[in-house]
Design a protein around this ligand. Structure first.
Ligand code: FMN
Ligand code: SF4
Length: 379
């Protein structure tokens, strides 16, 4: 079977992408302790670019020092981060024809690193956390809006082709959307319109600074998959608002980053044990796509088989196909599929990669592949 659609070019906003394969944002824990880009991080991205991906979305980049509460994540919280980020983007552009998007984020209440303060819309314990969140006063919300706008502007100056807001997985922007985390009764909470306000302000600020020069996308929690949480009906309403504002692409997601909540169902990267469990967010795409004229839908979540990916594009429930874990196992997956080897990815979706950060080995990697490589060297 020929993957005619998967390997055809298409645009997001004014940027043409050589094929429909997107690397979904993946934190690699390869920055230094303060979030500066390292040679190791650059080399990892170079391999992804050379591996044939059309659009690489960076691992999340903290827009604020206190909003960078994960181990060795990158930052763009001030100008000192520019030179490293510039080198990273230039390396990908010089060594491949992949486009690169900066995913900008504030970790909010979803912090795993000591020394960072949990902040969010309301002073409660959010699902999956045992700690109280400090409620952000309006003045600080304004500062955070400004830091998103500033980080987006820096990303543009560093040469990134696009920007993606991280509005998912229990990080700050998705906490504002979720009625489980947002109990405010001021202009930033209550109705859906008010819970959405922070995203709207960031969008307007970025467009005021950058015009239509650079596409703006969002990874969006379309629902929480938790009792009394954000519903898919609300997710559809948010999508309509994003399209009306002028967002160039939406990558639908769901859940928080704690797999213990509702037995994996509200976790965006569940373990996949059988083929029927693949493509687990395609039902969201089917709901959203009819609402999205002039806005690309990037389908993500357990996509492992290139023929299924081709069918989603043919059926027109997605414009792009986004993949994360498999690129840890095989950064050259896109090239392999393009060369005609249509085996599903060899990544088994076991999630052992999540544990590698705690092993002190320097960055997230695939331990399954690592073991196989060690064995083949021995033999
Ligand atoms: C190690 C790791 C790091 C991740 N980091 C991010 C991130 O920085 N930003 C984000 O939006 N999603 C992140 N994700 C979620 C993925 O982008 C993706 O949404 C999820 O893994 C499902 O896609 P997959 O089935 O292709 O892996 C991460 C996932 C993994 C496995
Ligand atoms: S550990 Fe390796 S095989 Fe398992 S999910 Fe992560 S990348 Fe895939």
């Amino acid at each position: 079977m020929e993957l005619t659609k998967l390997f055809s070019s298409a645009k997001i906003g004014n940027v043409r992408i050589k094929n429909r394969i997107v690397r979904s944002a993946t934190w690699l824990a390869r920055a230094d302790e303060l979030g500066y880009v390292t040679e190791d991080l650059i080399e990892t991205y170079q391999k992804l670019g050379e591996g044939g991906i059309g659009l690489i979305i960076s691992g999340y980049i903290g827009v604020h020092d206190n909003g960078s509460g994960n181990y060795r994540m990158t930052r763009l919280s001030n100008g000192s981060y520019k030179s490293g980020q510039k080198r990273l983007v230039a390396t990908i552009h010089d060594t491949s024809d992949a486009k690169v998007a900066a995913q900008i984020a504030h970790t909010g209440s979803n912090i795993i690193r000591a020394g960072y303060e949990l902040v969010g819309p309301s002073p409660i314990k959010v699902p999956g956390s045992i700690k109280l969140v400090r409620e952000l006063p309006t003045k600080e919300i304004q500062e955070i809006v400004n830091s998103f706008i500033y980080a987006g502007t820096l990303a543009y100056e560093c040469g990134y082709d696009m920007i993606q807001l991280h509005g998912a997985h229990g990080y700050l922007l998705s906490d504002f959307l979720s009625p489980l985390a947002n109990k405010r009764i001021d202009g930033y909470g209550g109705t859906l319109e008010k819970r959405f306000k922070i995203i709207e302000e960031i969008y307007h600020g970025l467009r005021d600074k950058l015009g239509k020069e650079i596409p703006i996308m969002i990874k969006l929690n379309t629902h929480d998959n938790l009792k009394n949480g954000l519903t898919l009906e609300e997710g559809k309403e948010i999508t309509k608002r994003l399209v009306a504002l002028g967002f160039d692409a939406v990558e639908p997601s769901s859940g928080r980053t704690d797999p213990k909540l509702t037995e994996n169902k509200s976790f965006p990267a569940p373990i996949i044990k059988k083929p029927e469990e693949e493509n687990y967010f395609s039902y969201i795409a089917r709901e959203l796509k009819p609402l999205m004229s002039n806005c690309a839908l990037i389908l993500m979540g357990g996509i492992r088989n290139p023929i299924a990916a081709e069918q989603f594009l043919e059926e027109e429930i997605a414009d792009f196909i986004s993949i994360s874990r498999p690129f840890l196992y095989e950064p050259d997956l896109a090239k392999r599929w393009e060369s005609g080897n249509l085996d599903s990815t060899y990544c088994t979706s076991c999630n052992a990669c999540f544990g590698t950060i705690y092993k002190g080995t320097g960055g997230i990697f695939c331990p399954v592949k690592h073991k196989q490589e060690k064995k083949s060297i021995k033999n």
